[in-house]
Ligand binder design. Sequence first.
Ligand code: MG
Length: 480
Amino acid sequence: MRRIPLAITLALAACGGIEEPGPPNIILLLADDQGWGDVGVYGAEGYATPHLDRLAAEGVRFTSFYAPEAACSPTRAAIMTGSYPVRVGIPHVLSPRSQRGLNPEEVTVAEVLRARGYATAAIGKWHLGDHPAFLPTSQGFDSYFGIPYSNDMSPAPANNPRAGANQWYPALPLLRDTTVVEREPDQTTLTRRYTEDAVAFMTGHADQPFFLYVAYSFPHVPLWASERFAGSSAQGLYGDVIQEIDWSVGEIVATLERLGLTERTLVAFTSDNGPWLVFGNHAGSAGPFREGKATTFEGGHRVPAIFRWPGRIPADRVTDILATGMDFLPTFARLAEAPVPTDRVIDGHDLWPVLSGERDSTAYDHFLFYRGGQLQAVRRGRWKLHVPHTYPSMAGGEPGRDGQLGRETRGNIALALFDLEADPGETMDLAADHPEIVAALLRHIEAGRADIGDQLTETVGARARPPGMVTESWTAQTER
Ligand code: MG
């Protein structure tokens, strides 16, 4: 039944018998720490993701999509601004009560769309500053509901395997706009409540273009699934949590259908970084890639990415084109016919020519891999060069179990060149065989250092922008 209206729409569109509707609704779904291999169509085993798989079947799925960084706050800064995290002054994960946050002077994707008449909502994890000056309602979103940072930033031992070290954290807040409505909310309810909020927002704004950003708190540890999903997968709690996220995606897609908005809405799904491997069976899978979260290996950066817009994005496509989380802003701006800021550098690219099938090559000359402000690697085409750096490694480490932190080792990589087409797992260093490629990639590293900055060489970028700073901490203003 579902396919009939789509077929009619396409037929009418083909005859020119349909009026071009206004700008599309845009829904961006962001999982937290969900690895490249943690969706059915990307090879997940032990649990099922029928709703994400359906989005992929009805749209396009990327196999070389990069999180801008392999950590929460930096990637989110890049998604919001279309720029490298270091460019916008967010190289590190932000702690509760941080006096630093996403600079309100930055132009966010929500501000770009709101200026074109979009209703905008942020739901879930924010992690770009918990002071009211940095919260979503100060950054282009009409409303916000969620936990403003990671779900383990809690003093409660059940929610934080490292709680002993972080006793100063305030009780985990759940916010409605800028007001704390609950402390230490029951985390088994979060995915369901985020979903209900998303459905209510869509239903309330069915007659105007909307931008809905749902940033799930999971599968970041601590893992919690509702009663309905706990025990639902063969893989254990990690699989249960992913199945609940998948259910949520299904509810959102079903709401579009109920509202008759399916053909007027682009839905995108991705993750903020690779799996947090030190949590063992409470971490996901990076698929065939090396290491995971907090590293500049492919396992840290490569994430699932699916885009669906029936009638506009050709269905059932898989592409290996390099794209990144910095591309959402330019792409969504184009679809809304909104201007992209021209008074600053935007590092991302308009992905629409790739999504629509017009173009089958990346717009990136090269991509820079940063970790904590350090420029550690660069990719151009099939080649990826690491400059010497250290990293948290599972080689020789011990994965944790059932939510307990395991043990990682300190890896140390020298200058190394990998051919990602032949060796996506980054196992064979070819630097000695290709000195000219090494030299060319080093020039991109040097240019990136000079332009954006690099803490490995203590270089301040000429075109880096400052983060937002406040003098008072969060508690003074929003704790009730
Ligand atoms: Mg994350």
